[in-house]
Every structure is written in structure tokens, then in C-alpha cells.
Design a protein around this ligand. Structure first.
Ligand code: GAL
Length: 712
């Protein structure tokens, strides 16, 4: 007995010795950093090589941390770092990766692990970003490339300063199987870690600081915001050209086509070489498409086939295990990057390929390398899993940067620090409602997501999916397996065309919103919870159900996971198959119908029945939406475009429209402009609009400007 007591005492002493007070330093205004123990050399931010946009962060208003920094605790025990961050009552937590079914994370346990999405928000997903943002207006990043376990307000310590009330389940109906918890606890499986805190004052400001710290969001080329079609995997050059011509003939917009595995001579594992049968002359194929105004994006996964020309050279720089019998390059090594990058450059990028879709970098435990794999650089397989998608984004981003060409591609895994890489995440999980929730959650973690359209069981489903993908970072049909085209459902072909063309018309607006993502860190598609005046209802609603089936039935928070903001002014509320009516929760302030300009409500829940032809879209009072003519392609560099500026509501409006060459990185040398649009009433009470001139020596692609005052 004595021995046990002594051991316990000793354990207590060891615990208290190893628990340290965290030393915080404000590394940039509103960005606080602390390192604890001995952090590993590979972490998420240094792997991606983030370059904070210091000027932009310095330009943000000063803000104090709305988090009890003294209350953050860390200790090392059992080879792991235990972190504890305070939570207060009424506080909601958002983020922690690309979740598909939930927006509120308080009350969840997540094990962040890069993986394909398996139908449950358990931390395994395509972007398990260890960053969360609080409704109280601060953000927390645990900068570790490990599988981290988050207990987000679930554990209750006996020494809690704010413990839950003990209740008697026999007599008290408010008894809960999950009593109140006052902390986020994180287990990091290493002896030390770096932590960053981002001040608000609003949750959106905290996200902005996080995005800007990671270099700002990406700025796609203009063509990247046009329409893209991915063609069936075994198409040959002729079939692709015919399909491109069909788009033009039928009057559907198209900016880039995506070729799927069949462009390569071998796939799964890949050769990274053109298939000479299907594509006998790749250079002239690309040239013909370029002349038609179409760019090409190529699918690939990174696993190297024994028949690839780089197999022998890259072999020493690959891991111990294979994926589908292909080598797994260790992209933390310069040599692997060089050999792989040279192959892409030589055979594809140098002849004009505009981007990649990097598949299968997320996982599925049964075909990816196991955590028992070894890599020649010495990095662990676990860390490799967390960063593999980021490493490939970095590699290809560098290839395009070195040519001063922007790209915009797809990737199936990402993580913290990749905010600036021009990639959009996609997957094979095909739930339309969950795709919208993922779009909402992407805004909490510095990634982009597309609710891609593949096939559909009916014209209704086709149109509903199409209507929402045009209000997303990448307007795409992925017809790799079933060959659907925008016009595949004749009963809705015209409506699909209307929305494809609307996407094109909205390009000046979306391009400006992406510029804000880049220069100001504001996510272009984002959660309602980030919108001022949105009544974020975090009051638990009791769930009905049988106690016998689930004796621990829990009250859940009402979440808004089916409507979102597209840029500064648009609120998008998609409908799903079978739905004719839906509720929309409008933030405080007046809102107007996008299509008619009519007033729809103010800070209230409205019920709408828009008909199949419409996806409900609402505009904030004073909203200004710059639109271009309806056209089939994005404007080329230097091309003048006429714009129509729409104004909505009763308030005067202001908007900054962004302009640059749309294709290169010259904006990084200052070759861009923001032009001020102002709409207000003149003395006679009539609406008037103006737009400032492009500053001398700066790009000026705006031609004729007209104004439309939509609200009568
Ligand atoms: C899947 C991918 C699809 C398609 C397909 C081709 O992994 O998610 O979008 O590219 O591979 O084999």
C-alpha cells in the first residue's frame, strides 16, 4: 500500500515538473506563438513553406485576444503533449478540417487524420486541418503534422473552475449524458509542439489572420473561374476536340477540359507519359485546343509505375511500400521533386498543359502506405500521410510559378499551410447536402472545395446540383465515368445553360472576391456564422427518440449547414432533390431577391418555394454585383470587357472591383488595381453610379460600364 501511495506521489511530482507555463510571443500583430517541449522539425507550416503576408496583417486593426491565454495549459506525459484550451459558456467552435455533416464542433471528439471521407465526421477527411475558430473571435492552430486527437468540450476535470452541475437522472429531465465541459483538450503524440493563436475581434477576422499568416488565399487565373468539364477516362484526342466543339455549337461555356486516367499510357500506378495510341501528337492536340480557347488539366496520382520513364531514377527516393505496385516518392527530398517535376515539365507543362488534378493522395488505409512504412528522408509515414497532398501542391505550384503562369487545379488532400496553393478539393462521396456543408466548412480551414457534379438519377437532381456548383470555387462536371454533359437531361438543358452563363456573368464579382481571399484573407465562399448579424443559434434542441435504442440520447445544437455566403453580398440557399420548399435564415439587415431585386426580409427566417428553375440567391442591402456580358470563355489577358454593375436595396453601396492580367504573377509586383464603385442617390432622389479610373500604369480591362438599379 505504502509503495502504491509513494508511486502515485512520485507520478504527481513528475507531472507537475513537466507541466510548463507557455511563453507566448506576439510574432505579428494579433498572431501569438508558443513552442512547448521539443517540437519536431517537420510541421505543417514549414512543410508548405508559408510566407506570412506581413503587410496585410500589419494593416488589420489592432485586436486583443478574446481567449484566456493564461488558462492555456500544456504538459508532456507518456511521450505525448497534452494541451488544454479554455472554453466558456455559450462559445461555439468551428473548423478542425473539412467536415461534411456538422458545422458546430463543440461536443465532438475528432482524430485528425488525412483520409477519403468515409461518411462520418470523426476527423478523418481530405483536409484534417488542426485549426479552429471560436464564435468568440479567436483562432487556434496546433502546428503539427501528426494525427491529433481533439476533445472539443467533452472532458470534465474534477478540478474544473466551472464544473457542470451534478444531476439525478431518475428525477431530473435535464440530465445529460454529456455534461458541460470548459475546455478543448488536444493530444499531440510527440514531446513538444508549436501553437499559434489568431486574434479577431470577429471569427472572420481570426480566419483572415490565419489565412494571411499562411500567405493569403490563392488567386486563380480568370479562366479557372470559368466552366470546366472532365471527359470520360478513355477519350482520345479526337473525342476531346469533338466534345469541346459541341460545347461551342450548343452555346455552353467552357474554359478548360480535364483529361482523366486514359491520357496516360499506364495508370494506377502511373507512367506520367501520354498514351501514344489515344494522343499520338500531344503538342498539336494542346495547340488546337488553345486556338479554340480551351486549356487542359490532367488527372494523375503520384504513384510511379515500373513502366514510367522516371521509375529507375526516382526509386532511391521513394518509400519502403508501394501503392498499387507503384513507388511512393518522398517529396520531402529535393531529388524526388526534381525528377518528378522534370517529367511533368518536359512532357506536359512545356507544351501548354495548364494544370493537374492530383488524385489519391488522401488515402484509404487498405491501399495507401501503412503507418509502418519508412521513407528515405527519415520522416515518419504518419507525418507523410498528413502532408502528402500539400507536398504535391507545393511541387506543382512551383513549376507554374517558375514560368510566371497561374494554374488552378484539383487535389484530394490538403492541410494547414496550403492556403495559398491554387487547388480545390473534391472527392467521390456524392451527397449533395453534405457537399454544401463541406463548402461551408472549407471557409473555417483555409481550403477550397467543389461540390462537383457527376451523374444524376433525374433532371431535377442534375439541375439542383448544377445550380449549386456554379456558386462554388470550381464550376465543374466530372464525367470521367459516365460521360454526362451539361445538356444530358434535355428537360433541364436550358436551365443548366442559364446557370452556366450566369457563372460567366458573375466572373468580375467572383474574381474580385478571390482577390480579397488573396490580399485580405477573406474566404470567397463561407459559413453564415462568419456573417455579421447572423443569429447563430447555439441553443441545444432536445432530440426525440427511444431511450431503449439509445440510452444516452443527446441534445444537439441547431446548425445552419445548407446556406452560405458567396462573396461579400450573395447568400445562396440550395435546394436538394425532392425539396420544393425550404427555410432560409436571413442575417440582420434587409435582403433582396437576386433575380428580381424585390425585398424578401430582415433578420428573420423565410420560407421559399422558388420552383425548379431557381436556386434561391439573396443580396444584402446596398449590395453591388459587377457582372460581365454572358460569354463562353473567360476574358483573355488584356481583353476589354464591358460590365454591368447591379445595385440592390435601399442603402447606398460601395464595392472594390479587382483587375490584373488574369494569368501571371505580375500582380505580386504591383501590377493590379482596385477600382471603387459607388452607388448613391442624387439630389433628385435618383440612383447614380460611378467607378474610379484605373490608376496610371495599372491593368485596365474594363470597357463600357452600365448600371442597373435592381430594386424598384
Ligand atoms: C477517382 C477520382 C475521380 C476520377 C477517378 C478516375 O479517384 O475521385 O474523380 O478521377 O478516380 O479513375
Amino acid at each position: 500500500m505504502k509503495k502504491i501511495i509513494l508511486t502515485l506521489l512520485f507520478a504527481g511530482i513528475v507531472l507537475s515538473i513537466r507541466a510548463q507555463v507557455l511563453q507566448w510571443t506576439e510574432s505579428l500583430p494579433g498572431v501569438w506563438k508558443a513552442t512547448f517541449g521539443a517540437p519536431e522539425s517537420h510541421n505543417l507550416l514549414n512543410v508548405s513553406g508559408v510566407q506570412p503576408n506581413k503587410d496585410a496583417i500589419n494593416g488589420m486593426p489592432q485586436a486583443a485576444l478574446t481567449l484566456d491565454i493564461e488558462g492555456i495549459q500544456a504538459e508532456i506525459f507518456d511521450g505525448k503533449t497534452y494541451l488544454r484550451f479554455p472554453l466558456i459558456e455559450g462559445e461555439q467552435i468551428f473548423g478542425l478540417g473539412l467536415n461534411f455533416q456538422t458545422v458546430h464542433q463543440r461536443g465532438k471528439i475528432l482524430n485528425l487524420h488525412t483520409d477519403h471521407y468515409g461518411g462520418k465526421d470523426n476527423g478523418r477527411n481530405h483536409a484534417p486541418v488542426p485549426f479552429y475558430v471560436s464564435s468568440n473571435g479567436y483562432g487556434v492552430l496546433v502546428n503539427s503534422a501528426r494525427y491529433l486527437t481533439y476533445y472539443v468540450g467533452t472532458g470534465v476535470r474534477k478540478n474544473s473552475k466551472n464544473p457542470p452541475v451534478t444531476k439525478d437522472r431518475n428525477t431530473d429531465k435535464t440530465w445529460s449524458s454529456r455534461p458541460y465541459s470548459d475546455a478543448v483538450e488536444v493530444l499531440v503524440p510527440t514531446e513538444g509542439v508549436e501553437i499559434l493563436l489568431f486574434a479577431g475581434p470577429t471569427p472572420l477576422d481570426a480566419i483572415r489572420r490565419y489565412n494571411l499568416y499562411c500567405g493569403g488565399g490563392c488567386l486563380p487565373p480568370r479562366w479557372g473561374l470559368g466552366f470546366t468539364q472532365r471527359v470520360p477516362k478513355m477519350y482520345n484526342a479526337q473525342a476531346v476536340i469533338e466534345e469541346v466543339n459541341e460545347f461551342a455549337k450548343r452555346g455552353y461555356p467552357l474554359d478548360f477540359v480535364g483529361l482523366e486516367p486514359g491520357w496516360q499510357s499506364k495508370a494506377y500506378p502511373c507512367s506520367f507519359e501520354w498514351d501514344k495510341g489515344r494522343f499520338p501528337d500531344p503538342a498539336s492536340f494542346i495547340k488546337i485546343l488553345k486556338e479554340l480557347g480551351i486549356r487542359v488539366n490532367l488527372w494523375t496520382n503520384p504513384y510511379v509505375s515500373p513502366e514510367s520513364p522516371i521509375f529507375k531514377r526516382i526509386e532511391p527516393y521513394t518509400g519502403s511500400h508501394t501503392v498499387w505496385c507503384g513507388l511512393v516518392p518522398d517529396f520531402t527530398l529535393r531529388q524526388a521533386n526534381t525528377i518528378f517535376g522534370e517529367q511533368l515539365l518536359k512532357e506536359q507543362i512545356s507544351i501548354g498543359v495548364s494544370g493537374y488534378k492530383m488524385d489519391e493522395v488522401d488515402g484509404y488505409d487498405y491501399y495507401l502506405w501503412p503507418d509502418a512504412a519508412r521513407f528515405p528522408s527519415g520522416i515518419s509515414a504518419e507525418q507523410m500521410r498528413q502532408i502528402y497532398g500539400v507536398l504535391l501542391q507545393k511541387l506543382t505550384d512551383n513549376l507554374y510559378r517558375s514560368r510566371n503562369e497561374r494554374t488552378f487545379g484539383l487535389v484530394r488532400a490538403s492541410n494547414a499551410g496550403a492556403n495559398n496553393f491554387p487547388y480545390v478539393i473534391y472527392n467521390d462521396y456524392y451527397s449533395h447536402p453534405d457537399f454544401i456543408t463541406a463548402l461551408i466548412n472549407s471557409s473555417f480551414c483555409g481550403v477550397l472545395w467543389t461540390p462537383e457534379v457527376r451523374g444524376s438519377k433525374s433532371g431535377e437532381e442534375w439541375l439542383r446540383r448544377f445550380q449549386s456548383v456554379v456558386f462554388s470555387p470550381m464550376a465543374m462536371i466530372n464525367a470521367w465515368s459516365n460521360g454526362t454533359k451539361p445538356w444530358s437531361f434535355p428537360e433541364v438543358a436550358e436551365q443548366v445553360k442559364y446557370y452556366a452563363l450566369l457563372r460567366m456573368q458573375l466572373m468580375p464579382y467572383f474574381y474580385s472576391e478571390f482577390a480579397k481571399y488573396h490580399f485580405e484573407g477573406i474566404p470567397p465562399f463561407r459559413a453564415m456564422a462568419l456573417e455579421e448579424g447572423f443569429l447563430n443559434n447555439s441553443v441545444p434542441e432536445v432530440k426525440e427518440g427511444s431511450l431503449e435504442e439509445n440510452p444516452y440520447l443527446e441534445a444537439v445544437n441547431k446548425e445552419i449547414k445548407d446556406q452560405y455566403m458567396a462573396g461579400e453580398y450573395l447568400l445562396v440557399a440550395p435546394l436538394f432533390t425532392g425539396q420544393e420548399t425550404r427555410k432560409v435564415l436571413l442575417p440582420k439587415g434587409k435582403w433582396y431577391d437576386f433575380y428580381t431585386g424585390e425585398y424578401v426580409g430582415d433578420g428573420q427566417e423565410i420560407t421559399v418555394t422558388p420552383g425548379l428553375d431557381k436556386i434561391p440567391v439573396y443580396v444584402k442591402d446596398g449590395g453591388i454585383i459587377p457582372m460581365m456580358e454572358s460569354r463562353l470563355k473567360a476574358p483573355a489577358s488584356g481583353e476589354k470587357i464591358n460590365i454591368e454593375i447591379r445595385h440592390y436595396g435601399e442603402k447606398s453601396g460601395k464595392y472594390s472591383i479587382y483587375d490584373d492580367d488574369g494569368e501571371t504573377f505580375d500582380y505580386e509586383k504591383g501590377l493590379f488595381s482596385w477600382r471603387e464603385i459607388i452607388v448613391s442617390k442624387n439630389k433628385k432622389g435618383r440612383w447614380e453610379g460611378s467607378i474610379s479610373k484605373a490608376p496610371k500604369g495599372k491593368p485596365d480591362n474594363i470597357g463600357k460600364v452600365t448600371f442597373l438599379f435592381t430594386t424598384k
